[in-house]
Design a binder for this molecule. Structure first.
Ligand SMILES: [Zn+2]
Length: 272
């Protein structure tokens, strides 16, 4: 599933390739990925110029402006398997549901599981549809994050995955962040010092910055805008390495379930 770094890479690519371009057509092959009808979505967007790209957590918002100054905003959540492609000679398969025509430049939306959603919203930064989502994990200040998490009694991993507290971290980067901070995934924030929590947030931001730089992590379904896989996978310290040796000590990495999610940690480096 794409997490914050993967979505940030898509945001950067959309910004770079499409800003200032006019959407001249929208082909819809499966309308189920649209929150509104095809007619309403086309009516709102076609004819307008892409003027801004905003990312909040794992959400993207594209802002379009018409010649008369009217604006429209399209919020996108890729969920499990949503992908965008801008490719020369790209041949759409049966999983491509939308083709955005930016005045001759085609951008395809592909989604194998069809859980992704594209929704017209009323604002380009803070639409009502995002009111249940916490601050962006890359931008949140420690004081605000600490206020939201510091006294909680649930396992820290479950809280880091809770998008209502802060938005952007998923299973991969939570496991990596907790390993780098030396914190057990089942530790409770209420039992941890402020210093330790500061380290968790710092490491979380650090691991995401690094992943953005490396084009994200590719497992089943993430490729970047040009169809190339991200190469962060080989940098992963614990995720996907259960049963293998820790790279920092002699322990064998353990696999457990926390908050319903498969979790890998080092019993040596991350003692409870
Ligand atoms: Zn270790």
């Amino acid at each position: 599933m794409p997490e914050l770094p993967e979505v940030e890479n898509i945001a950067l690519a959309l910004k770079k390739n499409l800003t200032g371009r006019r959407l001249t057509g929208l082909q819809v092959d499966f309308a189920g990925v649209l929150a509104q009808s095809t007619r309403v979505t086309r009516g709102a967007l076609v004819g307008k110029v892409l003027t801004h790209v905003h990312r909040h957590g794992k959400y993207l918002i594209l802002g379009f402006t018409g010649d008369d100054g009217t604006q429209a905003f399209l919020m996108i959540h890729l969920r499990m398997t949503g992908q965008f492609f801008i490719l020369d000679g790209f041949i759409p398969d049966q999983h491509v549901h939308l083709a955005f025509d930016f005045d001759g430049l085609l951008v395809h939306y592909r989604d194998i599981r069809k859980f992704g959603r594209l929704e017209l919203v009323e604002d380009g930064i803070a639409p009502a549809a995002l009111s249940h989502v916490g601050p962006d994990m890359m931008k949140v200040r420690f004081s605000e994050w600490h206020r939201r998490i510091g006294s909680r009694r649930a396992p820290i991993k479950a809280l880091l995955l809770n998008q209502g507290i802060a938005s952007g971290l998923g299973n991969i980067y939570v496991d990596e962040s907790l390993f780098l901070a030396g914190v057990h995934p089942e530790a409770r924030p209420c039992d941890l010092s402020e210093e330790t929590l500061r380290e968790v947030l710092k490491r979380g931001k650090q691991v995401m910055r690094l992943a953005i730089k490396h084009g994200g992590t590719t497992f089943m379904n993430f490729t970047n805008f040009h169809g190339k896989p991200g190469n962060f996978r080989r940098k992963l310290r614990v995720y996907g390495r259960g049963g293998q040796a820790c790279r920092d000590c002699d322990s064998v990495l353990e696999k457990i379930v926390v908050g319903g999610r498969g979790t890998v940690f080092c019993p040596g480096c991350q003692a409870l």
